[in-house]
Design a protein around this ligand. Sequence first.
Ligand SMILES: Nc1ncnc2c1ncn2[C@@H]1O[C@H](COP(=O)(O)OP(=O)(O)OP(=O)(O)O)[C@@H](O)[C@H]1O
Ligand SMILES: [Mg+2]
Length: 265
Amino acid sequence: MQAERLASIGFLAAGVAHEINNPLGYVNSNLHTLADYMNALLRIVEAYEQAVPTSDAASGPFARVVALRNELDLGFIKEDIGPMLSESKEGISRVKQIVQALRDFSGVDAIRASKEADISQAIETTISLLANELRHCDVRNDIGELPRVECVPAELGRVFMSLLLNAAQAVETHGVVRIRGGHDSDQVWVEIADSGKGIAPEVLPHIFDPFFTTKPLGKGTGLGLSIAHGLVSMHRGRIEVASELGRGARFTVYLPVLRGQAVSS
Ligand SMILES: Nc1ncnc2c1ncn2[C@@H]1O[C@H](COP(=O)(O)OP(=O)(O)OP(=O)(O)O)[C@@H](O)[C@H]1O
Ligand SMILES: [Mg+2]
């Protein structure tokens, strides 16, 4: 549950960071240019000031300059501009740090280290992590031996976690969750089937949409399958689903057995 929740928050964090990054970029750049312009303007004002007679007894066009200078408190503005600009620059750099922290958390910048991994092992680990969520289910793990797959193991773990969690949640009181696997020369497949409540035909086309959920408020975010779909696509695989209302659901993940190729995003 925790891993699933973190994955969802990560997805959101990456989105928010991405949205903030663009305006942040030009506000930051404009602020630096503005500071330069302000210095230039202040130097010009300085030169004007020297040209204006110092006494309040100025006459002609100078009278208006002197009056405005006093009215608008030029001395204070000149003093205040510097600290104000540097405070703003500091504020922006703090926002930049926060956005970077969000990106770090979401893992968007992480190096996706792919390696050859044992899918059966990943399933085994995920089942034991979800022992509590699956305790009302009769879990039949018939995955057997599979060829090793070049993948980012943590990402596939997250996919199986989402599918198994959905299966557990679909089985309301008691039921079966069955895991099977198979392969041919170029792909491996993993099937997760449950005897839960199934998916209505009008719901089926939406289940991979981000934020689509039929679960009560606070129970599901509707991100599990959309993240799983994204991660499987990054592995050049696909997820298929078959279900009937009241007759359980079957999700099948197909993954290519990559040879000597890096998994790229
Ligand atoms: N095994 C399943 N049996 C029945 N319905 C399912 C199953 N898997 C997914 N669904 C349906 O698909 C919807 C979307 O699933 P998804 O995993 O994306 O979100 P969620 O489980 O509702 O929320 P989250 O995964 O973010 O906690 C679910 O709300 C449910 O209606
Ligand atoms: Mg889910």
